[in-house]
Design a protein around this ligand. Structure first.
Ligand code: C5P
Length: 228
């Protein structure tokens, strides 16, 4: 059984404001996704890294990715949603992977991922028949909000975890599950809808997804402090 990484990077990143999709925003002197790719291409347990771009992405070719050559392939088959981008990416991989190979799906926007996070996931999932995902226990008390901005209720945080990526599942099981419920926002939800229970592997808050402008500054700080 081999391990392959699949990185959906076909989003527009509208919550960041500006026009540049967040995967290309400058971060520590490189496009944001460069840092994501650096980590995943350095994990030798991973056979190959595949990045899914929008078919009309004009920005990829403006950057130099040669440092990753031989470890990275580009699939220009992204869709209208994250799940569609993952489905199209999985279909494009078909001839090069076995049904029971592991696919690690990782958000391009989680650029502070470390090789340690990836190896913890791989080692703790081991030969689990279902697979699993990195996640962190919820620390804050959660409020459900109503239309006027007032609290409609409190959601007990006990037993709640925030899902991160990578999310690691067998190729065939994952593709079948996503094709059945393409409206999900992560791979684990699709596996759950198929009746399976993915395993949670504890990560930490540094594996954040850059979503809002402040996240870019946090990511910059995390990367800078790791280098010291
Ligand atoms: O928008 P969000 O932060 O949920 O996106 C998570 C990841 O999914 C990002 O890496 C983004 O580029 C990717 N994505 C995609 N295709 C879409 C929407 C998002 O590959 N249509």
């Amino acid at each position: 059984m081999k391990y392959h990484a699949l990185i959906p990077a076909a989003g527009g990143g509208s919550r960041m404001g500006g026009g540049t999709p967040k995967q290309y925003l400058p971060l520590a002197g490189r496009p944001l996704i460069w840092h994501t790719l650096k980590t995943l291409t350095h994990v030798m347990a991973i056979e190959h890294v595949h990045v899914v771009l929008s078919p009309d992405d004009p920005l990829w070719d403006a950057h130099d990715w040669s440092v990753f050559s031989g470890r990275l392939s580009v699939l220009r088959c992204g869709g209208a949603t994250r799940a569609e981008s993952v489905i199209q990416g999985l279909r494009a991989l078909r001839s090069g992977v076995a049904d029971d190979d592991w696919i690690l799906v990782h958000d391009a926007a989680r650029c502070c991922l470390t090789a340690t996070h990836v190896m913890k996931l791989i080692n703790e999932i081991g030969d689990d028949p279902v697979g699993g995902l990195l996640a962190v226990p919820v620390a804050d008390t959660l409020k459900r909000v109503q239309a006027d901005g007032r609290v409609a209720g409190t959601v007990p945080r006990e037993g709640l975890w925030q899902a991160q990526t990578p999310q690691m599942f067998h190729y065939r099981m994952l593709l079948d599950a996503l094709q059945r419920v393409p409206e999900v926002t992560d791979e684990a939800s699709a596996i759950e809808a198929s009746g399976f229970q993915p395993k949670l592997v504890a990560a930490d808050a540094t594996n954040l997804k850059v979503t809002w402008p402040l996240d870019l500054q946090l990511a910059e700080w995390i990367l800078a402090n790791r280098r010291q």
